[in-house]
Design a protein around this ligand. Structure first.
Ligand code: BV8
Ligand code: ZN
Length: 252
């Protein structure tokens, strides 16, 4: 098991009160039981993202897109946050200037208590009407019938950001501003392949933040990291917090 020995610089930053930005991807939910996208056995294995995660795919076959997303909602509804989600919420709870920018849509950060956060790619639990634009919070699993329809009769879609779609401007703007001000940027569980979200940690690094990557694998971001921990977020993050003396809630 790789030991987690943070540098003196990282320990000082974790213990300090300067602004911190945490940027997460699917790997942070891995230990809750949700597959990532690009690992073996991942969501994109056997599924062409262009057939289930683009507006064109939805126009062509909303039923196929909804079967993919309803399955992910059912999967996400059945699991709980893991120690990585709780550790990130514990950093926020120290009261330091903090923002979590997540690419995840599963809602586990919110369940773990994260509040100062932006969802760069939307949420599985929000639906949006393709006719009247109305947004709704909808936790029903399974959704039946598929595809779901709005009271206005319009087709409802998952309120997530598909390939070729713009990210929510307010969320992305908040993440960019936090990246420009961050002294510490933790990049957890992301392949750093999907733009423009993957640019957020690069903005932090260019603005002087100390970037730390937590990921079993190296990624295109790795060369920019001042420090890397090659391991599971659910193991590494609690160890870093313990070394820094940051208290963590145990599993609720
Ligand atoms: C845009 C939907 C323009 C939500 C997702 C060529 C062709 C077509 C498009 C492009 C192209 N080149 C660039 C693009 C743009 C494209 C893009 O970046 N494509 C990439 C793949 C090349 N981007 C877009 O299309 C974006 N929009 O550009 O629009 C525009 C601009 C203005 C106006 C109009 C239009 C939209 C991007 C968002 C796409 N939506 N999903 C959903 O269903 O979830 S992408 C999908 O990838 C998810 O959102 C996910 O969040 C994101 C990133 O993946 P990761 O989270 O990093 O997950 P991954 O599996 O990749 O990696 C997991 C990592 O965890 C691994 O590194 C693994 O080692 C690690 N790990 C595993 N276990 C653990 C762990 N880490 C820690 N602990 C563990 N236990
Ligand atoms: Zn409607």
């Amino acid at each position: 098991m790789p030991s987690t020995v943070p540098s003196a610089r990282l320990l000082a930053l974790l213990r300090g009160h300067e602004p911190a930005l945490v940027f997460t991807g699917a790997g942070v939910s891995r230990e809750s039981g949700i597959p990532t996208f690009r690992d073996a056995g991942g969501l994109w294995e056997g599924v062409d993202p262009m057939e289930v995660a683009t507006p064109e795919a939805f126009d062509e076959d909303p039923g196929r897109v909804w079967r993919f997303y309803d399955a992910r909602r059912r999967q996400a509804a059945a699991i709980r946050p893991n120690a990585a989600h709780r550790a990130i919420a514990a950093i926020e709870a120290t009261g330091r200037p903090f923002l979590l920018a997540t690419q995840n849509v599963d809602g586990l950060h919110e369940l773990a208590g994260s509040r100062a956060m932006v969802r760069l790619h939307g949420s599985l639990w929000q639906l949006r009407c393709t006719s009247c634009g109305r947004r709704s919070d909808d936790r029903r699993v399974p959704l039946d019938p598929l595809p779901p329809r709005c009271a206005c009769g319009g087709l409802l879609r998952p309120d997530v950001v598909w390939f070729g779609e713009a990210l929510p401007m307010v969320a992305f703007g908040r993440a960019e501003r936090a990246a420009r001000n961050a002294a510490l940027c933790l990049v957890v569980g992301t392949s750093s392949l999907v733009e423009p979200a993957a640019g957020i940690p690069r903005i932090a690094r260019a603005s002087g933040a100390y970037v730390v990557e937590i990921n079993p694998e190296a990624t295109p971001l790795s060369p920019l990291a001042g420090e890397r921990f090659a391991g599971a977020a659910g193991v590494i993050l609690p160890e870093l917090l313990a070394a820094a003396g940051i208290p963590m809630e145990s599993a609720a």
